[in-house]
Design a protein around this ligand. Structure first.
Ligand code: SF4
Ligand code: SF4
Length: 285
């Protein structure tokens, strides 16, 4: 059963070409990720900062960071070879909104390729304050990683955050992050952007709480929910990831509240091509 979402038809027509938001599109159209954002402003307990940000990434991959100018060159080359690429995104390797290079990259690339769909993935801390700028640059689809909506649970997922020049830890850090994530998501939907939420399924930490996350994001109009199994590393390196059956069960539960993503391939932050058949190795770096 599909949920009513407050999106207008022109937005929905647009995402019908977005391989991550539309299962049909994922066989026909592709996306390119530009790894221009190395720094991060939070510390997730499952992140070693050695690999790509888990917001939108495959485990154990390290993308080489590009400058905005190099990113534009990569896009030029990709457009030349792979005409089916419709979506251009920044997804890491750190937090896109915490790196000025992200904005510079969108500026350079969207000026040259205005007809493409621009996408971003974020931990959400800076989303509400960067939204107007993103909108101006033509970004229309956003993925936010929301692992909990209750600070009591979120405090076990994050070690600290840096916000407005200060470091916060524990419950305070969780409270600020969650408040900012939801504020950003609601504001983005008001601005007509299409939202996807990623949730890392962390057994023993947020598993009983994920349906509440789904309910909340469904209520506020998030278009799509992507539940990602934990990749055990850093402080969670001793944890068992959920089994495929557990993950399916969880998606089933959550599908009462918000449409579930069925075709995620956990792309890397320098992914290029159709989902599941990456071509980045055929591009020069
Ligand atoms: Fe797809 Fe995520 Fe990349 Fe956007 S950022 S193109 S949703 S994989
Ligand atoms: Fe790592 Fe991404 Fe979390 Fe930052 S937001 S700590 S890069 S997983």
């Amino acid at each position: 059963e599909e949920k009513e979402v407050p999106y207008d038809p022109s937005q929905l027509r647009k995402i019908s070409k977005h391989p991550c938001f539309s299962e049909k599109a994922c066989n026909r159209f592709g996306r390119i990720h530009l790894p221009v954002a190395p720094k991060c402003n939070i510390q997730c307990n499952y992140c070693l900062r050695k690999y790509d940000c888990v917001n939108e990434s495959r485990p154990g991959v390290t993308s080489k960071v590009l400058s905005p100018e190099e990113a534009l060159e990569r896009v030029d080359e990709a457009m030349d070879k792979f005409h089916y690429i419709k979506v251009i995104g920044v997804a890491g390797p750190g937090e896109p909104l915490f790196n000025e290079e992200t904005f510079k990259t969108y500026e350079l690339v969207s000026e040259k390729y205005p007809e493409k769909i621009y996408c971003i993935s974020t931990n959400g801390l800076l989303l509400s304050e960067k939204l107007e700028e993103l909108k101006k640059l033509g970004v229309s689809t956003i993925t936010v990683t929301v692992n909990a909506i209750d600070p009591e649970i979120a405090k076990d997922v994050y070690s600290h955050i840096y916000y407005q020049g200060k470091k916060y830890t524990g419950k305070k850090a969780a409270e600020i992050l969650l408040e900012k994530q939801l504020e950003g998501i609601e504001k983005a939907i008001e601005l007509g952007m299409i939202l996807k939420v990623n949730t890392v399924y962390i057994p023993g930490v947020n598993e009983d709480h994920i349906p509440e996350v789904a309910k909340k994001i469904g209520d506020i109009g998030v278009y799509l929910h992507n539940i990602i199994p934990l990749i055990p590393q850093y402080k969670f390196s001793e944890k068992e990831p959920p089994t495929p059956e557990e993950k399916e069960e969880m998606k089933e539960k959550c599908s009462d509240y918000v449409r579930q993503m069925e075709h995620c391939r956990q792309c890397r932050s320098d992914a290029c091509g159709k989902l599941g058949e990456d071509k980045q190795d055929s591009l020069e770096s």
